[in-house]
Structures are given as C-alpha cells and as structure tokens.
Design a protein around this ligand. Structure first.
Ligand SMILES: Nc1nc2c(ncn2[C@@H]2O[C@H](COP(=O)(O)OP(=O)(O)OP(=O)(O)O)[C@@H](O)[C@H]2O)c(=O)[nH]1
Ligand SMILES: [Mg+2]
Length: 197
C-alpha cells in the first residue's frame, strides 16, 4: 500500500502568470486534477495527500472536492515542506511508503503510476527516483530543467517516511507523459501541441 503526496504549494515564479500553477488549465481543466485522477485510478495508491500553502489558496479549495487530504504547509520550499510532512506522525507513519509527485504533470496516467510502483516494489530499495532520458525531451522539443548523466528527474520519487538516509535507485521511464512537466509558458504551449497530436 502506498501513500501519494502531491506537492502543490509553490510560487510558480517561472510561469510568469498571475495564477497558481496547479490551477492552470490544460485542455479545459486544472493541471492538478489530472494528477489526482491518475492517483485515484492507480491500483497501488490508497491514500492521497495534497500539500498546499498560502501561495496556492485556490488549489487548496479545489483539491477539497476530491477524496484527498489537504495539508497546509509553510510554502518555504519544496524540501522544507516535504520534510515537515514526513516527520509529522499526524500525517504519515514512519514505515509508510510515500510517492511524492509534482502537481504539474498533466499527462500522467494511473497505468504509468502503477508501472513506477511495480518497479519500486520489485527493487526492494527504500528510495527510488523516476527519470526520463534527455533524448525524449529533444524529440518533443521540451526543455529539461536538469540533466544528469543523460537523465532528467520527473518530479516523481519514492521514499519511506522515516528520517534516515535511504539507499536509492534510479528508474528510467520511457513514458513521454512524465517528461511534460509544466514550468514555463513555453512548456504550456508545447503541451497544447501535444494534445492536438
Ligand atoms: N507545499 C509546497 N509545495 C511546493 C513548494 N515549492 C514547490 N512546490 C510544489 O512542487 C511542485 C514542483 O515545484 P516547481 O515546479 O518548482 O513549482 P514552483 O516552485 O511553484 O515554481 P517556480 O517558482 O517556478 O520554481 C509544484 O507542484 C509546486 O507547487 C513549497 O514550498 N511547498
Ligand atoms: Mg520551484
């Protein structure tokens, strides 16, 4: 059994819009709704947490319409807010498997989440980082934020809630949907192109 934690309390500064990033519409619906629905579809996920902050009040209201638990965080930074949730036993148990996911992956599906989790449980390591080859970005002309040894992190990670340093493996996915991480207006435009295709 796995808990999903959607991080959705960022400032969205790179979008350069007067609008919360998780609420930006893709094909007529807020981006975060696709992520929530994919998690609901997943066979392995049995609990969904959404971490919002004062940066994302509309996201907070919107998420309440779904079967998720909305958690208010400080909005001080991704790492800081993640650490504060993982160390709070009101929200997660020490031995709970947590899949952290960003709110701006509008094309992700339940099947892809299950593929990731299937790999995680087969490997038997406490932590796993999901990445996509940089070559896939090139093909779709998406600009990756960070490339390390030819791989780009997707914003999907697995870990245990306990505070210890964890042995991590890297899972290389070839699903282009995991590469469509919307950070800029250009990413948004490209995603609209992708939908049309
Ligand atoms: N709860 C919480 N979520 C965050 C925080 N920072 C980022 N996130 C979320 O984590 C995900 C990935 O972060 P980014 O893609 O960098 O988004 P962002 O920080 O809003 O945008 P930038 O300001 O352009 O970096 C997004 O869904 C954000 O909403 C934070 O401090 N607290
Ligand atoms: Mg950020």
């Amino acid at each position: 059994m796995t808990t999903a934690l959607i991080m959705a309390g960022g400032k969205g500064t790179r979008m350069d819009l007067d609008y919360e990033k998780p609420m930006i519409k893709v094909n007529g619906r807020p981006m975060i709704s696709y992520v929530i629905e994919a998690l609901i579809e997943s066979e392995f996920i049995d609990k969904i947490l959404v971490a919002v902050s004062d940066n994302t009040p509309y996201t907070s209201e919107y998420a309440k319409k779904f079967p998720v638990r909305v958690i208010h965080t400080d909005g001080e930074g991704y790492i800081e807010d993640l650490a504060s949730i993982l160390s709070n036993r009101k929200y997660v148990e020490e031995d709970e498997v947590i899949m952290t996911i960003v709110a701006d992956l509008p094309f992700i599906t339940g099947e892809q989440i299950d593929d990731v989790l299937d790999n995680y449980y087969k490997r038997g390591k406490p932590a796993m980082c999901v990445s996509v080859p940089a070559s896939l970005f090139k093909k779709y002309r998406i600009t990756p934020t960070l490339v390390y040894k030819g791989l780009v992190p997707t914003g999907v990670n697995l870990l245990l809630a306990n505070n210890e340093e964890q042995d991590q493996s890297i899972y290389e996915s070839h699903n282009v949907e995991l590469a469509f991480n919307i950070n800029t207006l250009n990413d948004l435009n490209l995603s609209e192109h992708y939908i049309k295709k």
